[in-house]
Design a protein around this ligand. Structure first.
Ligand code: HAM
Length: 424
């Protein structure tokens, strides 16, 4: 009897060869923009002390209370598969002395897996991947605008449509006053709330504001607004952020109901919403977290950051029908006859040695099959070697776009292609 085939776990994905071009496009595009803007890459472990997330993301947050993959290791320590990247980066920033580097310290992540135990659906996974940035040591509103501008540039490079939603949630006194106003308001209309909303009312009433439940949304229409409780510093900061965004020509929606689900935020919070409606609409999000470094044992250090889920971006890319950046081999080497095949094999390796993307399939006998493979992999040039070419020590170069052909001495082919490759 055939043995059972194992299946991947619910909410996880295999990123197959066919998906790699777009996957790399997302990571490479983001990494390039980060490096251009002076960010340095950081990689932190996938597992951390559970308390790191309890102390930062917050014990009442949905992520910590419901969604963490937490387990005891063999020594009885409570460990958690990271549900997000900011807290681990703050830990690493403090532990490795990055806090003594000249400010601002600008860090980025690409292709980093995160884990949240939630109900899987389109665009929502239990293991998902993030890209993101964190900036430490600047309380300047320009820094908020720079982080947002980087994210905007990223979506624009990928031709992704988005709406930037922005709000401020003030300092901790603002939020304290605001929470008690919300508790008072919602308690008076308690019978209109569902069970989840009732629970949130006692733990984190601000979360009711971004509820997806239609009845709760209706109730929220008349709820108090945070802008009426804002401290002066947060108000000035927010106005400055908006002015900088205006200066950069970045459009936004002021959304007083945007509160975000992680406890570490203060002042600016923002999200990028995609074109699809519904719960999994957020293409990325972030904000300021000026108290977190201190909360995790460091000196008070203002900070701001952003991150985005790669899978959701790929769904959007799929909609635009956009072709990925060049990932096809530049050259396909086709050959006919034993001697030509041997030469084709060596030439392909020589091209690769010179940094030219090249492919040959010498197991295919028929030249027509090889040419159709060259077209299928979208090679720019097909080199053709037959008996006659071997005899004359030449090679045919076929431009796969124009269809034009020329014959070149075989000894010159690498330098000829290298010049064209560089100018590509
Ligand atoms: P977040 O809003 O929890 O923020 O997640 C950021 C992005 O990760 C979301 O906008 C979404 O694109 C993606 N994402 C979240 N959960 C899932 C999931 N289950 N499946 C697929 N994609 C998902 C943070 O994680 C903060 N650390 C952002 C930040 C950085 N704030 C300051 N610095």
């Amino acid at each position: 009897m055939a043995k059972k085939i194992f299946r991947r776990l619910r909410g996880t994905q295999d990123i197959l060869p066919k998906d790699q071009a777009n996957w790399s496009l997302v990571n490479d595009t983001f990494a390039k923009l980060c490096v251009d803007a002076g960010y340095k890459r950081i990689i932190t472990p996938i597992i951390e002390d559970t308390n790191l997330f309890v102390r930062s993301v917050g014990s009442d947050s949905e992520i910590v209370s419901k969604e963490m993959y937490t387990f005891e290791d063999k020594s009885g320590n409570s460990l958690t598969l990271r549900p997000e990247g900011t807290a681990p980066i703050v830990r690493a920033y403090l532990e490795n002395g990055l806090s003594s580097h000249p400010k601002p310290v600008k860090l980025y992540i690409v292709n980093e897996p995160m884990f949240r135990y939630n109900r899987p659906q389109a665009g929502r996974y239990r293991q998902f991947f993030q890209i993101g940035v964190e900036v430490f040591g600047s309380d300047n509103a320009q820094t908020d605008a720079q982080v947002i501008a980087l994210a905007v540039r990223f979506y624009q490079r990928l031709n992704i449509k988005f709406e930037l939603q922005i709000n401020t949630i003030g300092d901790k006194y603002t939020r304290k006053k605001f929470k008690s106003a919300l508790t008072k308001y919602f308690s008076e209309v308690r019978d209109k709330l569902d069970e989840t909303a009732k629970m949130q009312l006692s733990t984190n009433p601000m979360r009711l504001l971004d509820s997806k439940d239609k009845k709760v949304i209706k109730v929220c229409e008349k709820a108090p607004q945070i802008l009426d409780y804002l401290d002066r510093d947060s108000r000035n900061h927010f106005e400055a952020v908006l002015e900088y965004l205006d200066q950069l020509g970045i459009e936004y929606d002021l959304n007083p109901k945007l509160v975000r689900g992680l406890d570490y935020y203060n002042k600016t919070v923002f999200e990028f919403w995609g074109s699809h409606q519904g719960m999994q609409n957020s293409l990325g999000g972030g904000g300021r977290y000026d108290g977190l470094v201190e909360e995790l044992g460091g000196k008070p250090t203002p900070a701001v950051g952003f991150s985005a889920g790669i899978e959701r971006i790929l769904i959007e890319i799929g909609k635009t029908g956009q072709r990925p950046a060049v990932t096809s081999p530049y050259v396909f080497v086709a050959s006919l006859g034993d001697e030509a095949k041997k030469e084709a094999f060596a030439l392909t390796e020589k091209l690769l040695d010179s940094g030219i993307a090249a492919l040959s399939e010498t197991n295919k006998k028929n030249i027509a099959d090889q040419l159709s493979k060259a077209a299928k992999v979208k090679a720019d040039y097909c080199l053709i070697l037959g008996k006659k070419e071997i005899l004359n020590q030449t090679i045919i170069v076929k431009d796969m776009v124009s269809g034009n052909q020329e014959t070149v001495p075989i000894g010159k082919i690498v330098t000829t292609l290298a010049t064209r490759y560089k100018s590509k």
